[in-house]
Design a protein around this ligand. Structure first.
Ligand code: PLP
Length: 457
């Protein structure tokens, strides 16, 4: 039942992340109470179709008994033990094996964490450690991209290129640089081919590496499809061009697969989808479908070979958390991946994602406020514009995407808005049926139409 006391208690005791403090105090929380399949119900009794899979993460959908039972059994047997001093546990060993079977060829070792942010901090330390071991202590700079989101901890928050995560925190760290992002809608000149645009962007990356000095650049980090930055897929050939530059200057490639991994693009990983050869991969979200917090940093043979060489000196990678390789979280992730495999949800994501994009184009492709419908698999972005011809954006203070999202609540669908401009992001569970896709499209159309009509009036 609708529980006002709980809403007041929320305002009294919780600080919500990256949320307008004023809006929250004025409007209070929307409290989710239960979920099943692709639907989430709040305490007011609204049952939403979750077009966002929580926060891009509930890949297998809600209410999966197998995951609950696997966690339950593991909790009863061994709820916790740490992984320091060579301690280990069965679910994390089996999960490490499973993750490496899923990962592209050449990936070699897994370090578990609790979330995407800490995994990216781990990755920064891995780059620094690796280059120290190789006798290249100056090779520490990490190049991220404009508008990137890689988390919020001191390290990951530095890789993130958004003012709200830097201002008043004295971030980014001095070792972090940014290069131009992919943006085929707004940045690629209309008369330029995708391969040429890829060359242009890779050329800028090379210029940046040269101006910084290649002997000071350790790694480049990118999401296969940029998520929070705007649901921005790379132009054709982008990662091939980028990898050629990285290879030339001995710079590591970090693929942040936190959103793209575990089937979201209709391939196991974005790296597989785009032919990326990562040295390090960041995994979280879909790894456990959010049932329990879990992340992984995965390194390839080349990094492992250098670490392994230090074994005779009794070296250790001075890093790790109490909850690294948590057995209950690992049990959840294992059960989650088994569902992905058994139900071929990766294949379903490719099929349903294609349907979702097509049906959105058919139903709202001509809307006066829809400028672009883009994405791969179950990762779709809708960019709203004031003028379709000129691509002129709405004044951001109008919160046009926010209005569509709010209409979505009325139409019982959940979609997300992104921070940089008026983009609606859709990232539903990979288990969506055709009927679910049609319901999501109908809800999005009704919401977009309502806002377009209100603007016309
Ligand atoms: N990397 C990417 C690409 C993400 O989208 C996110 C979160 O949305 C993160 C890292 C940070 O993950 P977490 O919120 O689990 O710390």
């Amino acid at each position: 039942a609708h529980n006002l006391a709980l809403e007041e208690m929320d305002k009294a005791c919780l600080l919500h992340p990256a949320t307008s403090i004023a809006d929250h105090l004025a409007n209070g929380p929307r409290i989710m109470a239960e979920a099943s399949g692709v639907h989430v119900t709040d305490t007011r009794g609204n049952r939403f179709l979750d077009g966002a899979a929580g926060l891009w993460c509930v890949n297998v959908g809600y209410g999966r008994k197998e995951i609950v039972e696997a966690v339950n059994a593991q909790m009863s047997r061994l709820p916790f033990f740490h992984s320091f001093t060579s301690m280990s546990n069965e679910p994390s060993i089996r999960l490490g094996d499973k993750v490496l079977r899923w990962a592209p060829e050449g990936m070699s070792k897994v370090i578990f964490g609790s979330g995407g942010s800490d995994a990216n901090d781990t990755n920064i330390k891995l780059v620094w450690y690796y280059n120290n071991l190789r006798g290249m202590p100056d090779k520490k700079k990490i190049i991220s991209r404009d508008r990137a989101y890689h988390g919020v901890t001191i390290g990951a928050g530095s890789l993130t290129a958004m003012p709200v995560y830097h201002q008043k925190f004295d971030l980014p760290l001095p070792q972090i640089r940014y290069t131009r992002s992919v943006d085929m809608f707004r940045d690629k000149p209309a008369d330029m081919s995708e391969p040429d645009y890829s060359k242009l962007l890779a050329g800028e990356l090379e210029k940046l590496i040269l101006s910084e000095g290649p002997e000071t650049v350790g790694a480049f980090i990118a999401e296969p499809v940029m998520g929070t930055g705007g649901v921005l897929p790379p132009p054709e050939g982008y990662f091939q061009e980028v990898q050629a530059v990285l290879d030339k200057y001995d710079v590591l490639m970090i693929a942040d697969e936190v959103i793209c991994g575990f089937g979201r693009l209709g391939a196991r990983f974005g790296s597989e989808f785009y032919g990326i050869r990562p040295d390090i991969m960041t995994m979280a979200k879909g790894l456990s479908s959010g049932y329990l917090p879990l992340s992984a940093s995965v390194i390839n043979d080349r990094i492992w070979a250098v670490l392994e060489e230090t074994a005779p000196q009794m070296a250790s990678f001075g890093h790790g958390f109490t909850y690294s390789a948590h057995p209950a979280c690992a049990a959840a992730a294992l059960a989650n991946i088994e569902i992905l495999e058994r139900e071929n949800l990766v294949g379903n994501a490719a099929k349903m994602g294609a349907l979702l994009k097509t049906r959105l184009k058919e139903t709202i492709g001509d809307s006066p406020i829809v400028g672009d419908i883009r994405g791969e698999g179950m990762m779709i972005g809708l960019e709203l514009v004031k003028d379709r011809e000129t691509k002129e954006a709405f004044d951001l203070s109008l919160k046009t995407a926010g209005k569509v999202q709010a209409k979505g609540y009325e139409n019982l669908i959940l979609v997300r808005t992104l921070p940089h401009r008026d983009v609606i992001a859709m990232s539903p569970p990979l288990s969506m049926t055709e009927e679910n896709v049609e319901a999501l499209v109908a809800g999005v159309k009704a919401s977009v139409d309502a806002v377009a009509d209100a603007y016309k009036a």
